[in-house]
Design a protein around this ligand. Structure first.
Ligand code: PEP
Length: 248
């Protein structure tokens, strides 16, 4: 059985007090143990967030890491450091990293290897742009992303990855893929994974991301191959984030 997961990506938002209040709100309001809740705050919050969720089922993700083990990379954070601070997951390949920081799937593949070597589970984001969807290239684009980012990974490592399908045109825009569009792509991704994993592809959680809100989460999450969500904007408000988690 694959896990149901709802992950909150705060991106570059919130000051110390705001962030810690948000964690308290989620910890105090969570009333299910059936959904794995992951909080992905900016780096400075990681240590406090890990302490605050210690006695709960909530876990913590980073939003990025460097592809090298350690070294002279001023301003970067290694997977080994993240692991030592209690991060269980790390987002990689987010479209904002691709768009603003020039990251491609070759680099993402290196980051994934580094995370796995340090016992951190990657949350691998993929998804097409609006132009690619309009040109009906979305399956080809996502297929290639998955192929290059996950190439060379051992079967047991592939099973540690969480995939997040995030059509770029739906991130932070208020526009959501329809449940049918999302399910189609999730089914395609699972099919792609099954070329390597066979039946075990059924055990990989595939999250949908892109303007998930309390009023559209239930229908999206009820699709056969949608195992939860990667939530941006709505994860900054504990009431909305909890409503999304509890909509399973
Ligand atoms: C995201 O940050 O990955 C995301 C999906 O953002 P939003 O929910 O705001 O569209």
């Amino acid at each position: 059985m694959r896990e149901k997961i709802v992950a909150g990506n705060w991106k570059m938002n919130l000051t110390k007090n705001e962030g810690l209040l948000l964690v308290d709100g989620v910890v105090n309001g969570l009333n299910t143990a059936d959904v794995k809740v992951i909080l992905a705050p900016p780096f400075p919050f990681i240590s406090d967030t890990v302490s605050k969720v210690e006695k709960t089922t909530i876990t913590v993700a980073a939003q990025n890491c460097h592809q090298s083990e350690s070294g002279a990379f001023t301003g970067e954070v290694s997977a080994a450091t993240l692991q030592s601070f209690g991060c269980d997951y790390c987002i990689v390949g987010h479209s904002e990293r691709r768009q603003y920081f020039g990251e491609d799937d070759t680099l993402v593949n290196e980051k994934i290897e580094q995370l796995l070597a340090n016992n951190i589970k990657p949350i691998y984001c993929c998804g097409e742009s609006l132009e690619q969807r309009q040109a009906e290239e979305h399956f080809e684009v996502v297929g290639k992303q998955i192929q290059s980012a996950l190439s060379g990974l051992k079967r047991e490592d592939l099973l540690k990855i969480v995939v997040a399908y995030e059509p770029v045109w739906a991130i932070g825009t208020g526009e959501t893929a329809t449940p049918k569009q999302a399910q189609e792509m999730h089914g395609f991704i699972r099919e792609k994974l099954s070329q390597v994993l066979r039946d075990e592809a059924e055990n990989v959680s595939i999250l949908y991301g892109g303007s998930v809100k309390p009023d559209n989460a239930k229908e999206l999450f009820s699709q056969k191959d949608i195992d939860g969500g990667l939530i941006g904007g709505a994860s900054l408000n504990s009431t909305d984030f909890l409503a999304i988690i509890h909509s399973f």
